[in-house]
Design a protein around this ligand. Sequence first.
Ligand code: FAD
Ligand code: NAP
Length: 651
Amino acid sequence: MGSSVRKGRAVQQAEPPRRAAKEDFHQVTQNTNNGRAITASRTEDSTKSSTKSKDAELILQIQSYIDKNTVVIFSNTTCSLSTEVKELFKSMKVPYFSLELDQTENGQKLQEALYQLTLETSVPVVFVQQQQIGDYSKTLKAHEEGKLQKLLEMNGPNHLQESYDYDLIVIGGGSGGLAAAKEAVKYDKKVMVLDYVTPTPLGTSWGLGGTCVNVGCIPKKLMHQAALLGQALKDSRKFGWQFTEEAVKHSWETMTEAVQNYIGSLNWGYRVALRDNKVTYENAYGEFVGPHTIKATNAKGKEKLYTAEKFIIATGERPRYLNIPGDKEYCISSDDLFSLPYCPGKTLVVGASYVALECAGFLAGIGLDVTVMVRSILLRGFDQEMANKIGEYMEEHGIKFIKQFVPTKVEQIEEGTPGKLKVIAKSTTGSQTIEGEYNTVLLAVGRDACTRKIGLDKVGVKINKISGKIPANDEEQTNVPYIYAIGDVLEDKLELTPVAIQAGRLLTQRLYAGATLKCDYVNVPTTVFTPMEYGACGFSEERALEKFGEDNIEVYHSFFWPLEWTVPGRDNNKCYAKIICNIQDNKRVIGFHVLGPNAGEVTQGFAAAIKCGLTKEQLDSTIGIHPVCAEIFTTLSVTKRSGGNIIQSGC
Ligand code: FAD
Ligand code: NAP
């Protein structure tokens, strides 16, 4: 731990190669120096075969490490000489980038390419300021002769004076931030995580772990489960269970306490994991105050300054408010809902996307009177046929919808827990105004990235001025080379926990383990946990039609009736399966949509198949599992184009 604490000038990812200071080291980018250092471009020029061009790619990869870092040590975790060389640089308080070839994808091949480039037969191989120093003994010799020190002083007398407290500071201890931090310490980096929850306007706050754990996926799915159990209770009568109606009631307090206890255990688990992994955790708000420098302010207002070589912004998002009279005073958001100490009662949910429909679904499922106020359409961005089916199902199950209306004012009529609120709303298509009374108003009108109050202007990180999101390249690097961003703060990326985690892990592996794999944001599966769950992966039908044209798209679809629902006799032919195939590409499945029980479980496996290039033919040749819902995907035969009957009459 802390073996590479930075003392010295920053090693920035996008630094240009520096001018050579001394002629007695090989400048790998420019000459062959008696054939010892082969340039990547020369190799490329002189080779024609694909093997050679692969070699050239590897050499280019090695070259990029050399170009981007002041000190590079090509090393091996089990090699004692590599360890000694790293110790040497540590003793000089000089930062280095080490590529552990035995821990790296393609490590063996990279080592061969390294040999081609340097003619060094064993690790470690050291480069300083883009100059090849050589193996262990050459590096030691260069140190004894003062040559290393001279090269390192090329950037001015202050070069060795500056100091960084950490290799990496992660701002935000949510899904992405924690994943990145825990990965970075695996590579012997000194890492700090700052996490701070700004209380909601009503004062709700929570522990370590971010949105997913505290006010997102976890409590939402558990409360969704509470609702499903209510339905299961009803179904159970038909399966022979007997109980009196009076004995069945739901306790909000019991559910919330159980969910919060579980979340408490997760918060604790995260703290222990950070401690065990030797990640420094501060429950403090992070804000850049200058290059490589962050101010951490704790709940008591105590401020500390920390420096780091690199930063990851993983500050996530928080619920948006409507900016209408009464919203912050009287309305709640999903940040308040999951720990609300009293049952919300008759609830108006404002919004029509993931959060709104999921919350409306489980609130109705536990027996509350729920209305959803929709500004335009349901689930913007999703396949609209599926979205409308979700809406229809919710309506059939007692949830009311007020469409094309937005609230303009919320007034308190009665105090209490819950009290009573009057909501005034106006039409989005005309001048009509309506009023309604509710115990609770839940705003679920989107979320804003937490980027405007973290001093990004002080370090020059650009944000999208309208959305507040951070643009980054495909390696999650912002316009400031030493600052990265992952998760919900990223512009044009999916806001999902597994996406944030994957991006965080891969980023750290690229930064510290020489990996090259980037986060793949394409074909990410997702599930909306509405009363009828909806799983999706790939293109919506409308996007597929727009991109490929109607003639090139074949849509196969079918209703289905889960066996478990037949005995209780409910919701016959409400579940729906649809795949979208690209005719021009061997009928590859480019869109997968399922509306039915356990849609998330179903979608996960098909998402893996889609990633492998699943075609309709392969789906047809897959033997189903009987009797399960997912088997419908192995027998889809009716195309939408044909207008054929898709009602299922039995198994
Ligand atoms: P977060 O997890 O939000 O973490 C950011 C952390 O940084 C927070 O702890 C925040 O308090 C902290 N922070 C912010 N600013 C600072 C600062 N300046 N200094 C220090 N700390 C700071 N995704 C799914 O995949 N599946 C689901 O079922 C799902 N359900 C959801 C349900 C709801 C109600 C919501 C709101 C979201 C849901 N999501 C779901 C989305 C998922 O929660 C997010 O995509 C995920 O949490 C993003 O992770 P992140 O690391 O980017 O940010
Ligand atoms: P969202 O997807 O941005 O949707 C915002 C909703 O609020 C839209 O329906 C929008 O309507 C409506 N809205 C916006 N401004 C409004 C206004 N002034 N008045 C009335 N309605 C307004 O936000 P979200 O539901 O909060 O979800 C945020 C992200 O969290 C999602 O993108 C998702 O990735 C993640 N999430 C995931 C899950 C899951 O995986 N199951 C669950 C929850 C959240 P318009 O369509 O008219 O704009």
